[in-house]
Design a protein around this ligand. Sequence first.
Ligand code: ZN
Length: 668
Amino acid sequence: MKTYLKTMMLSAVCAVSSCGGPTQEDGFEFTNERFADIQMLRYRVDGFEQLSLQQKTFIYYLQEAALWGRDILFDQNGRYNLQIRDLLEKTYRDYKGDRTDADFVAMEEYLKRVWFSNGIHHHYGADKFIPGFSREWFVKHSGCTDDQLLEVIFNPEVMAKRVNLAEGEDLILTSAMNYYGEGVTQAEAEEFYAKMKAEGDPQRPVMYGMNSTLVKGSDGTLREDVWTTTGRYGEQLLQIVKNLKAARPFAEDSLQQVVLDKLISFYETGCLKTFDEYSIAWLQNTEPLVDFVNGFTESYGDPLGMKASWESIVNFKDLEATKRTLLLSDNAQWFEDNSPVNPAFKKEKVKGVSAKVIRAAILGGDLYPSTAIGINLPNSNWVRAEYGSKSVTIGNLTYAYAQASKGSGMGEEFAFGPEELEIMKKYGDVTDDLHTDLHECLGHGSGKLLPGVDPDTLKAYGSTIEEARADLFALYYLADPKLVELGLMPDAEAYKASYIGQMQNGILTQLVRIKPGDKIEEAHMRNRALIARWAMALGKGKAAGGADVIEMPVRDGKTYVKINDYEALRQVFGEQLAEIQRIKSEGDFNAARTLVEEYGVQIDPALHNEILERYKALDIAPYKGFINPRYTAVRDEKTNEITDVTISYDEAYDEQMLRYSRDYGFGY
Ligand code: ZN
């Protein structure tokens, strides 16, 4: 599970300069080019040069393994994505005409968006991109005569949405993601997996369906096309395995070698039991400085929440910042015991929550170029309950975001008044980081399912409820004196920054990411809307003196969010946490649906328009992503052994994408 950047990092208001140009620090430019709704950034991997040769070599092979999985994700996101990418890249490279021609410029932007999304649908909203260039122009310059492909690109009705979560529709047939073969219906898929689960181990269920495409044979029967080195995605997985094997001798301890062995075995066999063994070894392997995620991980891209997209991150510990998360994990049991949740849904013994602050060295698959800032894995409920989980906050990425957003003007525009702005300027940085730590390290790891509750019961609402659970856990505890006592919060007022941020974002600012007329689709966004609007409803008349806890005052035609009683809001968050945990623990599908549909989906069109107008005036890109650094192995001429690994940051976005397609692709 993941934490993603909110629309407005609170630190965005720590505006020192109002410069709109590239943000620099010792000559390093955090911001790069901008296109469509995207701002590209770079992150710096401080400390890489100081690593040992063994660690650098280990990272080198792991980052190769990270880059080799890119095409898996493209294909998972849609069955024509690789063909379309290839066609666009060829046209982009070979075009002989005027590169300032409007059609070419529009195609260039379209291609940059396809790269960014790993497919033809928006990475966050999941809607298909509308090309700004004509079909005739494209046919002429690409030479494409494949009508089906052209329909997929140009006809807005065809494969309109990557993931459709609209209630009452067949979520598989109406979603363009490629996890289910032609003609497989939602009812058939649900029946297929219900049967599989019924026959499996109810105590320790594997992650059913996680690593396969469910296809229908010519006789109408369903079967899994499993993703292994000898099955689907075999070409990519063979290369990944080759690099994992090359990395193995440079692992930092023997358990890390076991982790690699289990992962390799999983890629070779597709055995989900092996995957659980790998997950357990991985979460227990906390000593090494260098660590990685490589595999089929998150299920946000499957409307049924089972199939896992491929992703990778290679990283190493930031030892200084990790002291912060260690304090939290050392006190994990205290947080569990003191939460407002019904004791029946609590863990009697919180197991092995390990937490650290890391520096990303490379991002791959579903973490590239758009990325998470916090990760908590594994996702298997029983593994988490029996063995715990590993949680990370990615420090160099949040830092890059904060640098890049300085002077954006968001804080000034949306804060209710100078008092709110001052609190956010003063405390935004520290509470943002701590929110992510609490969300990943304690929130996702807290609570338990009642015996016999199927972890997939909440279906399309599961991801939203899970994110709400982790966020509410964080919000509730950010205001706890315990954090000041532990030295994690500077004083008893600091938490207010996160409360302001949560309410402003959930009610107002995150709407900038949504097109007029659309609903809220993405799980993290639904979660933030759900918490904020539900809190508003629950807080009616509950503030000191009988006022509402949260108000939405309008001034000069602009809507704001005002918190009248922070203490009371904390009680509301506690109440919400208790209910969300109950829903999760009992698998109460109807309650999940009611809450999400009532508070997490709809948008008031008038408010939406107003927010979009105000945002437009600020001229900020709502989404950000990263260009990776480039690693080069320096080899001994005679032995071919690696003698050093160098890092550089000078690659342009299109250069990097074209290189990845060339060096880590198979040509379609
Ligand atoms: Zn999360």
